[in-house]
Design a protein around this ligand. Structure first.
Ligand code: SF4
Length: 283
């Protein structure tokens, strides 16, 4: 059904992680947040109406990143967890039963201490919490975040670790291990009838890479094996953020890759639905 276009990564597409990138890829230690921006009525990043916090910084360097301007830790607002909560509380009346806060970025795991303190405050104030993350973090960090996170929206960029490294600058083993750890925590919690986080999987359809028959087979096997996925969100690759790379004087290496056609996305959606998964088309 799907052509297997790239058996390995095309070197011209790969991320070249510079010294400057490396300096900005190690997680921050502080409890004061570096915030890029907010979206006050987000409808795409989790259930219901949400206050979306875009944090600065990410431990990955994806070649298709549409928020490239958030990764160099340049222009950001500093806020304590309590200050951020005070801003969020103004919008709480609009969240309804389903909505809440989504911490996105960048990647929330880049500022784990700040995020943990903020999530604790949300929990105290009865606000639903979602993390939009790669899970490229230590197991210790993951385990501290779990009790205060209602929903994890996890994205994995490729199942082949070498291709993952080409596309993101880092291998995928830590992410896979953390997804398994998260699953085990959920399984144990269910047995003990404890509240556990919900899990959504976000999968970008990048023509020639993640829509190959080999990668899709790996996706299906992985989703069955890890279980607990409430929803699979298919995100068609797009180039909306490419201009940001140019503005920063950086090369956008995927300029020869066109966004996927809707008919191909629908084929993947149908295939996953046949496998028993609930699938949503994302943006
Ligand atoms: S994980 Fe997200 S924010 Fe981080 S580099 Fe990749 S696309 Fe950008």
């Amino acid at each position: 059904m799907f052509e297997f276009l790239h058996k390995s990564a095309n070197k011209d597409h790969c991320m070249v992680v510079t010294q400057k990138d490396q300096e900005h890829m190690s997680p921050m230690d502080g409890t004061t947040g570096m915030i890029h921006s907010f979206e006050t009525f987000g409808a795409l990043d989790g259930p219901g109406l949400r206050f979306v916090v875009f944090l600065e910084g990410c431990p990955l360097r994806c070649v298709f990143c549409h928020n490239r301007d958030m990764l160099d830790l340049k222009d950001y607002m500093k806020m304590t967890p309590a200050q951020l909560l005070a801003t969020v509380l103004d919008y709480k009346p609009y969240f309804g039963k389903k909505g809440g806060v989504t911490v996105s970025g960048g990647d929330p795991v880049f500022q784990p201490k700040f995020v943990l303190e903020f999530l604790k405050l949300c929990r105290k104030n009865g606000i639903h919490t979602t993390l939009d993350t790669s899970l490229f973090t230590s197991e210790k960090n993951l385990k501290t975040l779990v009790p205060y996170t209602d929903l994890f929206m996890v994205s994995l960029k490729h199942f082949d670790s070498e291709i993952h490294r080409c596309l993101t600058g880092v291998p995928n083993e830590i992410i896979l291990k953390n997804i398994h750890t998260l699953n085990n925590i959920i399984e144990q919690g269910k047995k003990l009838k404890k509240a556990t986080p919900r899990l959504w999987f976000r999968y970008m359809v990048l023509p020639g890479y993640t829509d190959t028959s080999k990668n899709l087979k790996a996706l299906v096997e992985f989703l069955h094996k890890t279980k607990n996925w409430e929803l699979i969100e298919l995100l068609p690759y797009h180039t909306y953020g490419a201009y940001k790379w140019e503005k920063l004087g950086l090369k956008y290496t995927l300029s020869d890759i066109k966004p996927p056609e809707i008919k191909d996305i629908l084929k993947i959606k149908k295939m996953l639905e046949k496998e028993g998964f609930k699938v949503l088309l994302g943006d």
